[in-house]
Design a protein around this ligand. Structure first.
Ligand SMILES: NC(=O)c1ccc[n+]([C@@H]2O[C@H](COP(=O)([O-])OP(=O)(O)OC[C@H]3O[C@@H](n4cnc5c(N)ncnc54)[C@H](OP(=O)(O)O)[C@@H]3O)[C@@H](O)[C@H]2O)c1
Length: 363
């Protein structure tokens, strides 16, 4: 067990303080008191968290199927300057993880801990980090979250917004940023505009429906089954269409006789092409789709097509938290698995037809 106090990373070390004292020819009483207080600081600060040397993590030793994912005992990496150590409670299971899990290259250093977003409590803070203290409930992205602890750059971490519980926060980071940035930045959606969200029942789509409604748009959502239709209707979609079986062109014509203003593409293929065909043709129609979605849509004359990826950052998380609270966001959890069953979570992921996103519960 390793004990770390915030003072230990923020204060000059006892050695430095003692050295300063020795440099003075005739130390004054205040100088002696100041130096002794530096020496005592690491042991007298209340903000302390106990962090073990090793932890459990779900990792792969080689590229392969879901069974390659198993529990490993690995060292806990303490935060460097600008980083935060999170004691993970829940991690998101992104659809891309199953896609990239089988791939490995010569420069892959195994074991690789999976998981790109998650939530938990701050366990330790590196130098230079502002705005967090040990014990804060946070969520974040760009780390290896299928583990009891994860070290993340502080700008990729934010406090959990009001109304969101720790399990929901575990899947909010990437899907939330992707949904909001699609609506606000890539599409620049305005109140009263008409939007098609194609693939609306998944991780990003269920949140995008709610952000589009928050911005005052009218939403036609496509889903792949009845359960998805019921979910996105409950989340606020104005019209819901089965994107596998229904006539998307006819549904879009009756939804927006002059053409829809925008399309958010979350699933590639023929049905997405029909959604894009439904856009207005006066130069104001636009479509955006996320990097990783396949196949990508065919280019069209007179239609703005924007490929984008989520961007984390202090400002980006502030905007997300504001939108989450304003929308009273609901975060649908498709299924929950304990960390030990991460392989089962990946098998469920590969089976598809998820309503929202899968979460791995770590503690
Ligand atoms: N680059 C980035 O920053 C970034 C971030 C997040 C996500 N992504 C990518 O963005 C895409 C969406 O992410 P996600 O997490 O929302 O994925 P997801 O949870 O799998 O959602 C996609 C949804 O589309 C549905 N769908 C497929 N074909 C359909 C059709 N013809 N009609 C109606 N619905 C259909 C799927 O249903 P079924 O499961 O029933 O097929 C699923 O519900 C993925 O490709 C992901 O890799 C990229």
């Amino acid at each position: 067990m390793r004990y770390l106090s915030r003072a230990a990373v923020l204060s000059p070390s006892p050695l430095v303080a003692s050295f300063r004292l020795l440099q003075m020819k005739t130390p004054t009483l205040p100088a002696i008191v100041a130096a002794l207080s530096f020496i005592a600081a690491p042991w007298s600060i209340a903000e302390t968290s106990s962090v073990p040397d090793t932890m459990r993590a779900a990792a792969i030793d080689r590229g392969g199927d879901a069974e390659t994912l198993s529990i490993h005992q690995v060292p806990v990496r303490m935060p460097k300057a600008g980083e935060v150590l999170i004691a993970v409670k829940a991690a998101g299971v992104g659809v891309w993880q199953a896609k990239y899990r089988p791939r490995d290259s010569d420069d892959t250093h195994f074991p690789v801990i999976l998981g790109s977003d998650g939530a938990g409590t701050v366990a330790a803070i590196g130098t230079g980090v502002r705005g967090f203290k040990v014990g804060d409930e946070v969520y974040g992205t760009n780390g290896a979250f299928y583990a009891e602890y994860v070290t993340v750059q502080a700008e990729n971490v934010a406090h959990v917004p009001r109304g969101i519980n720790p399990t929901e926060a575990g899947i909010l980071g990437i899907s939330g940023l992707s949904a909001l940035q699609g609506i606000d930045d890539a599409l620049n959606l305005r109140s009263g505009e008409k939007l098609i969200i194609h693939g609306a029942a998944g991780g990003v789509g269920t949140l995008a429906v709610q952000f589009a409604k928050l911005r005052g748009a009218k939403v036609l959502a496509t889903v792949s089954d009845e359960a998805g239709a019921a979910l996105v209707s409950r989340l606020g979609a104005d019209v819901v269409v089965n994107g596998r079986t229904a006539d998307i062109a006819a549904a879009a014509r009756s939804f927006a006789p002059d053409g829809v203003d925008a399309v958010l593409g979350l699933a590639g293929g023929e049905a997405l092409e029909h959604c894009i065909d439904a856009l207005r043709h006066d130069g104001r129609g636009r479509v955006t789709y996320l990097y990783g979605m396949e196949p990508i849509p065919k280019p069209r004359f007179g239609i703005r097509m924007v490929l984008y990826s989520y961007i984390p950052g202090v400002r980006e998380f502030e905007q997300l938290n504001k939108a989450v609270e304003a929308a009273k966001l609901q975060v649908p959890i498709a299924a929950e698995y304990p960390l030990a069953d991460a392989a089962e979570a990946h098998k469920r992921l590969e089976a598809g037809h998820l309503l929202g996103k899968i979460v791995v519960r770590v503690r």
